[in-house]
Design a protein around this ligand. Sequence first.
Ligand SMILES: *Cc1c(COP(=O)(O)O)cnc(C)c1O
Length: 428
Amino acid sequence: MSERTTEHAMHRIFTDHESNVRSYCRNFPAIFQSARGAILTDISGREWIDFLCGAGAVNYGHNHPALKRAVLDYLADDGLVHGLDLHSTAKAQFLEAFQSHILKPRSLEYRVQFTGPTGANAVEAAFKLARKVTGRRGIVAFTHGYHGLTLGALAATANNYFRGAANVTMGDVTFMPYDGWLGAGVDTLAVFERYLKDPSSGMDLPAAVVVETTQGEGGINVASVDWLRGLADLCRRYDILLIIDDIQAGCGRTGPFFSFERAQLKPDLVTMSKSIGAYGLPMSLVLIRPDLDVWKPGEHTGTFRGNNLAFIAATAAIETFWVGTEMVRTVRARAGELRESLRAIAAHHAGRIEPRGIGLLQGFACDEPALAKAISRAAFERGLIVECAGAHDEVIKTMPPLTIGSTELARGCDLLREAVDAAVEGRP
Ligand SMILES: *Cc1c(COP(=O)(O)O)cnc(C)c1O
């Protein structure tokens, strides 16, 4: 880029040459250059506090020094970067660390399947395996659920904006009401069970249920522990596999490493992506209950299943953050501070916004989508990146790095409060 290329001209590069499909960049129209921890910096040196964190792909903040060191050392040694699914020292180290620091202390037993590097591909693999194991076709997903946008996963994604883009039949998925979807007081699992019990309900016995313990894209809907346990029990009683999609809520986002730990679940299959690669490096996997691992070699393959640089970063993250319980306590402390700040903001605007969420996956619902949009825009103007989620994009979703300090979190919350005040009063 020549020195004389102005910021304006650089913006033209994107509008002239990049597909219309681009999206986040429309809401946050800066040209970013560097990032460290919770701070994003643009080409003119302007800073933003990042409450988006790659939609949960950089839970440990940007360019964390411990992870960067591991990645740089590996590159300096000419470590194998691309390796299909060949055995490598980097992969062995990751599997070892994941086994001894993540699975073993939680008494979980899983085989690890590395899939193509997107979350959607992990979901595709989990569905394919569940169908293969059971010989059944149906998947039950939930209202407001989000599982990715390739066709198999899209069939289980509820939002019709995304579904409408496919223009093909998307079958074999039945949607059931998520916890709370029919209003407080209504036991949505009873609705689900009614379908399962009645041979004339029109729903065939499904191969699997796929669920997020807290819906991220769907607007931060937190399923209760009772509901999650009830769902696991229902699956057991009807011999349906339980797939937890922990792509967004996992890797400590809600506190514990796995989001389902709060309900003490032992899902049959777990999908992980986003922050499992720790440094924003693409990596996805499916955790498979050992007796369900009926794949034949290469049945679900892909060129980029062996991102060894991601294995290195992932291993460093496990060793840095997940040996012992400090991370869980840190997230709990920051989550409490975030909750207090959001409550204080909401108290000022009772009736218009309502806080919700768990861990560092919190936010608030606005009484109208236009308000959420205005808040996100006003926040950006003030130096805070925060996105909208939910069926109507009416929810403000705050996802600061798990590693953010108290002071920086408070600063981000101050900016959010100013943005809310301005948006409510119709100021920019
Ligand atoms: C982001 C996400 C996906 C899809 O991951 P991609 O990498 O975008 O394909 C699937 N499930 C959940 C819960 C997600 O948040």
